[in-house]
Design a protein. Sequence first.
Length: 514
Amino acid sequence: MSSAETSGSKFVITTPIYYVNDVPHVGHAYTTLNADAVARWHRLLGDDVFFLTGTDEHGLKVQRAAEEAGLEPLDHATRTSERFASTWELLNISNDDFIRTTEPRHHAAVQALLQKAYDNGYIYADTYEGDYCVSCEAYYVEDDLVDGNCPIHKRPVEHMVEDNYFFKLSAFTDQLTEWLEQPESAGHSIRPAGYRNEALGIVRQGLDDVSITRTSISWGVPVPWDTDHVFYVWYDALINYATAVGFGADQQRFDQWWPSTHHVLGKDILRFHGVYWPAMLMAAGIDPLPQLHVHGFLLLGGEKMSKTGGLTAITPAELVDDFGVDGFRYAMLRNHSFGPDSDFSFEGIVEAFNTDLANTYGNLVSRVATVVGKNCGGVGPAPEPGASLGEAAATAYAEAAAAWDSVQPSAALDATWRLLRETNEYLAEMEPWKMDPGPEVDAVMGNALEVIRIASIMASPAIPEAVEIAWKRIGLDGQACQQRLPEAAVWGAYPGGLSVEVGDPMFPRFKPSS
RNA sequence: GGCGACGUAGCUCAGUUGGUGAGAGCGCUCGACUCAUAAUCGAGAGGUCGACAGUUCAAAUCUGUCCGUCGCUACCA
């Protein structure tokens, strides 16, 4: 594949928009980091990347939280949205846009998209019946009730009938099935495949039409054809992905970006992204559908972190204090295979940090710099054209590239670190520290420096700050993140003749304070 | 209840479409080296791939049953 083919390709990647009432936690960070790393990889490939995250700010919960805080809903949302924005800044997230569902551009897009669905006959008026708690201002299904009373207020619920607009979800059963079952050659619908099967299961179980508006609350996007109603929060929130690339405002921009849209999300919201959202797009006549990348949960002691309370007990900021931004980023991406649930632990982060970052990568940079200083006069030599490490680098690159392409950051980093370990083995075998200055030691150290150059580029999506330190230490100009793959991964580009600097350890080993 | 996922070395996990004697990292034991962040390199111990039955020339990998754990079932990544 030449750069001419990939250069300028559009690539849109999104995180879910997070509910502003939540406090940013490691679960949010996990999703966002995966999307960030993939976005960074695509920038290396020369793609024109648009990476979107943001906050979901409508709904009853926000309205009520604002009242409790004595604030207007928008002011409340602005304050809480900021917590997400600042967390992403802390984690060095490279989003190109941060959307808030309270923005005028989003209201316009929601109204335009749902108006289309309405015009196409997929939205109709009907009544919603249910047991309603006046205090909660919410409906409950019978299973939630405690002795027929509201589970929160312990008061009798009232049977209410509300005028609602319904979305004809049931009309899309066949189209959804067809999309989910489409062959990989047509572009995947949902990956990994297990989640696609789950979505198929949801569709097979039968789809009911869903109520998508409310008259009982005001904090939302008004329904354009009936302003007594606002859209129910989910059906407004999902549309953010279309808003951000210009839906309803700039058709040309939308047409350019939309076809390359990829959503990263957790399995808990698969139903909305894998069934409701594509159906809404179909109803509005939008084509093609986005591609979904679904991950599992971080577990604590085998259970969902949000259940054990662990999710909010350990904050991203605390982990950054202990391991640095790159240490935290690396551990989150490396320790958890994208897709299945996986165990999260402090010890796991320590292991990833000490083993991979301190011992393997950081220490390699240190020992190479020192030997170059002693036996090469501090000047980094060029690599050998036919070095065996060159083949190892090519293999590692091919594996990593394939893994990034299929949104498997842990596998990509595994391949990258295998190359670094092979280089430590190579040095042990060559023993360049025993050699006298000359062509022999120059060749060995040139090869090692070349691996550091290539691996640093490959690792840059995960540890963007650290790789730039290594990049400078070995005397290179520019930045690792500005290189263009795949050309920059070709063996032999380290020029030689550069000044190599011995610096402080990039990742001082973490010693748990007991 | 319905739907689904998972159960592989002490720990955390990889194992495309079934096929060289079952792998990695960490931990552990022994050894080497001492350029390097008590780091690195080598060797080794350690597994009936949850259980049972079946399909097959051949299964950790397919089918069925069972046991165990977990998740979803309209707003928690």
